[in-house]
Design a protein around this ligand. Structure first.
Ligand code: ADP
Length: 487
């Protein structure tokens, strides 16, 4: 069943008015019926009192002259009063002097006469009254009146009230339907407009209302709010348009500078790498003594020139790589190659550097290595960087390159027994230009780009790179690549 609070305002108002009317009608009809019931008795006793008065005074002379017949005649006049059942005139001693009994109601006894009395019995009223002459009681008159009409009269009043009641309810219903209209129509219009605005998003719609009451105030505030929202919306649209223009300008500018940056990098690549390569090449020639013998000091100085130039070249290559990766211009060239061969080559090429530091560098490759379909050159770059780091950051012990297959992934672990990395630094080593500050003089050269480039390259090859390390014990860098080709 629908709850009262779920009804529409219109139905709520109608039902409140109907219930109020119903309550008032029940209240007043109740009072009316009660007074009708009571009035019947009052009227009956008033009439009996008048009758007793008249009959008593008409019987005085008969009582004074002991003329029973005359008194009986007086009482006979009651024949026309059809509801009078019994009437008795008593003499001053209280003996019956004359009586009138309606047919079927004979010999009714009024009992002891000691005081004037009014009483209501079952279906009748009784009244006794003294008959006074010259301030002397000369006898009594007693009357009994039929009251069975009282019930039917009450029923008739109930029926009339019921008809009035129904008419009242219908009238109240009709009136309340009309009376609630100004209130429910305004609220309904407000709700309907709010719904319309919600669906269409059109804040130019307004609600019309002529009333100056609270609803008028509500409608006015609602319209004001709509105006403000509309203004705000327009202001926002204008702002968005302005910002879009600004953003577009910034985008064009960014694209232009990106273009300039690429051009700069390309030219830097050419302009810097070419002379550097020739510096490295020619110092190599000089160092080999191809241009004549060198003193020890000259050899030392030229080796430093060659070392610095190589480092500079590495740095430039790293910067170029990271720029290409960050601008998304790096290309991956997938090819089919034997991964175990690549690992053996990488380890062999770096072994002399490890041995120069008194370190052992070995590989441990599972026999079932698959052929990979990936960018061989980039994977090699990553491996060389990891092994190089391992050599750089290990002073004693060994470096092992492990490779194995696990759940469709090829794993390459580079394990060293070096200085290790603290937990705090592990979070940042893959960021660009990050080098851990060891507190010691920086004796290890590098750009702080190697790991950032390696991570991005491995991700480009759909793999990932992780590290576990313990300071003073060593580190394990692990590359995982999806196996895309069966061996
Ligand atoms: P860098 O060119 O300085 O080697 P990387 O990005 O390759 O730059 O490495 C960043 C930093 O991570 C290094 O400076 C070093 O502090 C730390 N790191 C890298 N590999 C190792 C390793 N195997 N053992 C200890 N520290 C390492």
């Amino acid at each position: 069943m629908t709850k009262f609070q779920d009804l529409s305002i219109k139905l709520k108002l109608i039902s409140i008015q109907l219930f109020t009317t119903l309550f008032i009608l029940v209240f007043f009809v109740g009072i009316y019926l009660y007074s009708q019931y009571h009035q019947y008795e009052v009227r009956a006793f008033t009439r009996m009192s008048t009758l007793a008065e008249v009959l008593g005074s008409n019987s005085i002379s008969a009582l004074l002259f002991f003329d029973n017949e005359a008194a009986t005649d007086v009482l006979e006049s009651l024949e026309t009063q059809t509801d009078v059942l019994n009437a008795v005139v008593y003499d001053h001693r209280g003996d019956v002097f004359a009586r009138f009994d309606r047919k079927g109601f004979t010999d009714y006894s009024f009992g002891l006469l000691d005081a004037e009395r009014k009483s209501a019995g079952h279906g009748y009223f009784v009244l006794t009254k003294k008959i006074i002459f010259d301030d002397l009681k000369v006898g009594w008159i007693a009357l009994r009146l039929d009251s069975s009409n009282r019930r039917s009269e009450l029923l008739e009043a109930v029926w009339q009230s019921f008809l009035l009641f129904i008419a009242g309810i219908i009238l109240a219903g009709l009136l309340s339907i009309r009376a609630q209209r100004p209130i429910s129509d305004s609220i309904g219009k407000l709700a309907e407009t709010a719904k319309q605005i919600k669906e269409s998003g059109d804040y130019t719609i307004r609600v019309k209302s002529n009333s100056r009451d609270e609803i008028g105030l509500l409608v006015g505030s609602f319209n004001d709010m709509l105006g403000k929202i509309h203004d705000h919306e327009q202001h926002l649209e204008k702002l968005v348009a302005e910002r879009t223009v600004e953003l577009e300008a910034a985008k064009t500018k960014a694209e232009e500078s990106d273009h300039l940056k690429s051009a700069f990098l390309a030219s830097m690549s050419h302009e810097l790498r070419t002379p550097l390569n020739s510096i490295i090449g020619f110092t190599g020639i000089l160092l080999q003594g191809m241009a004549g013998p060198l003193s020890e000091e000259q050899t030392k100085q030229l080796s430093m020139v060659k070392g610095s130039a190589s480092h500079l070249l590495e740095l430039i290559n790293d910067i170029l790589d990271i720029s290409k990766i960050e601008s998304g211009r790096i290309q991956v060239y997938d090819e089919d190659f034997k991964v175990d061969l690549l690992l053996v080559m990488a380890v062999s090429s770096l072994r002399p550097f490890a041995e120069k530091k008194g370190l052992r560098l070995r590989h441990n490759i599972e026999s079932n290595m698959p052929r990979l379909f990936s960018d061989k050159r980039r994977l090699e770059q990553v491996l060389l960087n990891l092994i190089n780091n391992a050599i750089k950051f290990t002073d004693e012990g060994e470096i092992i390159v492990n490779s194995y297959l696990k759940e469709d992934f090829l794993y390459i672990d580079v394990i060293d027994t070096g200085i290790g990395i603290s937990e705090k630094d592990l979070e940042t080593i893959f960021e660009t230009f990050r080098q851990i500050d060891t507190g010691l003089d920086r004796v290890k050269e590098g750009s702080g780009l190697g790991l950032a480039i390696s991570k991005k390259l491995v991700e480009l090859l759909s793999g990932n790179i992780t590290v576990v390390s313990e300071p003073g014990v060593g580190s394990t860098f692990s590359v995982a690549l999806p196996v895309t080709l069966e061996k």
